[in-house]
Write a protein that binds this ligand. Structure first.
Ligand code: GLC
Length: 727
């Protein structure tokens, strides 16, 4: 009997009404659920491909100081890496007279490349201002023979050329008397005088140069109040100006990935990848080995495709010469990319990411305005076939974007739709784009559904699809937060169901929105009648093992090096030379000093024997950051700058040995941790409301934090959908 399968749409993007089908998705076929971000991709995505420009005094030496190639660090930071005295560096201003500076030409290059906006370094860490500032003479107008306002000229050229214009602004300043001495991390506190100076300059930038599309703050470690001041000022002057997350403390509008970093998680917030032509530098480096521009263009086209396919925005940098000219290699790369875009731009612009996301072989985007999917293939499949598992729309036809007259054969097996792309030709960038015409909005079966046990659906962090955002109070502390959880219920019996929430003290006080199908419940978790969870019985600790403090991998975040599959039984680290060492001094429940440096992290591991499968409630007290994996599964990841905090974590122990692995991150101050494993704790319960489920339907369930950069903060949360009759 064929059952009507109804997939209910969440508000924004993708889920879908679908047709009659005999084969419902089954849990046994479930692999990884892939769902697309749900923030408004069309607004932020109007800058899908943009140009970053690093240009300033550092472009004059171009990576060479006193005849020596400076190989350490980025060339725009040559002042730090070549240890150039402040006055000597500042004297470069007297040489700044770029005869080849031609902003209209740069705008033309950007436009020909298909770019939609330009973001320019108004002030980098060296403190030199490429604009006319009343706050300093160390600027292009007062301090150089050139004497022209570069920011103004570029802003005007962008306006003439119809490109959006944004500005990079460094919060640290190596020239300002109140700027910190140059540090290794560039994440220095912002002295109040420097803060006032920065604010005054931000005001100038947002007042004198027309509409500023984005203000790309960078580096430093401002206090939450300071970050807030920057945000308030920007928004008061230009409410539409988008602020980069590197203003820190969750005051940005969009998240900037680490330099040349690509996400490994599904992000549900506006985000951007800043990319340089070569990872080693952003500013001009005369001695850079550049190689073949075609190969570089292909590399960058592939990155653009992957970023667009996962809902992000790609900001590709050029570093013009000190004389103002664009490096011919970089111009050629952009020309080649522009060529590719002139044929394939539809697959990138005016599209959004799909549930299908990005695969090793390529990416799938959906047109904003039409019923088309763009499948960009980046790797030649050996059998000439590409499959989209779970695509369930009626397909009108599939054809190469390059030649719509060719019909590509389509076959369907279960939920797998296979396209024979043998007739397609790969271009010189190693890509080929297939268009799939579908009826309506793209419609994918969820790959994993929740099946009821004794008519009750249980949803928790283990069976959720998690969406992430990144937050941090400086570059080294960036961490992932979980801002959205999603499940799909596969309803097997019609009826009225109660939605029950179960949580611990860890979740008390959290607020969020729960959606079950089309029902929305705004919720706050409060204490209710507690149900006691006893301490575990019969557990035994194995050796307590410490990994030495990690300096080169000091960061807490995933993007800067959470170690996957870390096990204390084998060596690890970049060179495989690190091992865990035993430390007999540790005692559970007692504070243990890790003696971590400021900005440093450390792993702690031990095994724990349990005679039975049982729940163990543990508390972990630490400041700054802590993560816990049990049996390789992450149960906790939290970055909360001091003061210290105690987390309550429910740990499902399995019979036998369980591998516990902690990561502690120290940002500043003491690095004491306390772990306690014999805790008696409580669970609370609450009913959110009732819903009606229809047999044979798939119902999306979603929990969303109050803002895109807020953490749901769930550790021990559970959601049950229970037949009302069973209560
Ligand atoms: C980092 C560097 C800086 C560069 C920027 C680009 O913040 O300090 O030199 O401008 O990344 O993303």
């Amino acid at each position: 009997m064929s059952k009507k399968l109804l997939l209910i749409s969440f508000a924004t993007i993708l889920l879908f009404q679908c047709t009659s089908t005999p084969d419902r998705p089954s849990a046994s076929e479930a692999t990884e659920a892939v769902t697309m971000p749900q923030f408004d991709q069309s607004t932020w995505g109007a800058r899908k491909f943009s140009m970053f420009i690093h240009w300033g005094l550092y472009s004059i030496p171009g990576g060479v100081w006193k005849g020596k190639q400076i190989e350490k660090g980025y060339s725009e930071q040559i002042q730090a890496h070549a240890a150039i005295p402040k006055d000597e560096y500042a004297a470069l201003a007297k040489q700044f007279n770029p005869s080849k500076w031609d902003p209209d030409h740069i705008v033309q290059i950007a436009k020909q490349a298909g770019m939609q906006s330009i973001v320019f370094t108004a002030k980098h860490h060296d403190g030199f201002c490429l604009f006319a500032s009343n706050e300093t003479d160390f600027d292009v107008v007062d301090g150089t023979p050139f004497g022209r306002d570069v920011v103004k000229e570029l802003a005007d050229a962008c306006a003439r050329g119809g490109l959006k214009f944004g500005l990079y602004y460094s919060l640290i300043d190596w020239h300002h008397p109140a700027g910190s001495p140059i540090s290794n991390s560039n994440s220095d506190p912002i002295n109040p005088d420097l803060h006032a100076y920065n604010l005054a300059q931000v005001r100038e930038l947002l007042t004198n140069y027309g509409p500023i599309d984005q203000l790309w703050f960078d580096m430093g470690a401002p206090t939450p109040e300071q970050s807030n001041d920057y945000r308030d000022l920007v928004k008061s002057l230009q409410p539409d100006c988008q602020i980069s997350s590197r203003v820190w403390n969750q005051d940005g509008d969009f998240y900037v990935m680490g330099d040349n970093q690509y996400p490994e998680v599904s992000i549900d917030a506006p985000w951007q990848v800043p990319a340089s032509m070569f990872d080693e530098t952003w500013g001009y480096r005369s001695w850079q080995k550049r190689g073949d521009p075609l190969a570089k263009a292909a590399e960058k086209v592939h990155s653009l495709v992957r970023v667009a396919g996962s809902g992000g925005v790609y900001l590709l940098n050029i570093g013009p010469d000190g004389n103002g000219s664009v490096v011919p290699f970089e111009e050629k790369v952009l020309q080649e990319m522009g060529q590719w875009i002139s044929y394939n731009g539809q697959a990138i612009f005016d599209t959004k990411a799909t549930t299908f996301g990005v695969r090793t072989w390529g990416a799938v985007t959906a047109a904003n305005e039409s019923s088309k999917l763009y499948v960009t293939i980046l790797e030649h499949p050996q059998d000439g076939k590409v499959s989209l598992y779970g695509l369930q729309n009626q397909i009108a036809r599939a054809y190469p974007l390059a030649d719509p007259s060719i019909e590509l054969p389509i076959s369907k097996q279960g939920k797998n739709v296979t396209f024979d792309i043998t007739p397609m030709v790969f271009d010189s960038m190693g890509t080929t784009v297939m268009v799939v015409e579908i009826g309506g909005t793209a419609d994918f079966y969820p790959l994993r559904t929740v099946i009821p046990k004794a008519e009750t659906y249980t949803m928790d962090l283990k069976n959720a699809k998690s969406f992430k955002a990144y937050v941090g109070d400086k570059y080294q502390s960036i961490t992932e937060v979980n801002n959205c959880l999603q499940w799909f219920l596969q309803s097997t019996k019609s009826g009225n169901y109660a939605i029950r929430l179960s949580y611990t003290n860890e979740e008390v006080g959290r607020n969020f929105t729960l959606k079950v199908g089309e029902n929305t419940f705004p919720l706050t978790l409060e204490k209710s009648e507690p149900e006691e969870i006893p301490a575990p019985s019969g557990i035994a600790f194995g050796n307590f093992l410490l990994a030495e403090p990690i300096y080169e991998d000091a960061s807490f975040s995933t993007i800067h090096g959470v170690l996957y599959n870390l096990a204390y039984s084998r060596p690890w680290g970049y060179d495989g030379s690190r091992t865990f060492v035993e430390n007999p001094d540790w005692e559970q429940g007692k504070p243990f000093d890790l003696h971590l440096p400021d900005v440093g992290s450390q792993y702690i591991g031990f095994s724990m024997f349990s005679p039975t499968d049982q729940i163990m409630m543990s508390t972990i007290t630490a400041d700054d950051g802590v993560a816990l994996w049990v049996g390789g599964r992450k149960l906790l990841e939290s970055f909360a700058p001091a003061p210290e905090r105690t987390y309550l974590v429910e740990i499902p122990l399995e019979q036998g040995n369980n591998q516990m692995m902690f990561k502690f991150y120290n940002s500043k101050g003491p690095s004491e941790v306390t772990i306690q494993h014999d805790v008696v704790a409580a669970r609370y319960h609450k009913t959110a409301g009732n819903v009606n489920l229809q047999e044979g339907t798939i119902v999306p369930v979603e929990i969303r934090a109050s803002s895109p950069f807020a953490d749901l903060g769930f550790v021990n949360f559970m959601l049950e959908v229970v037949p009302v009759d069973n209560l």
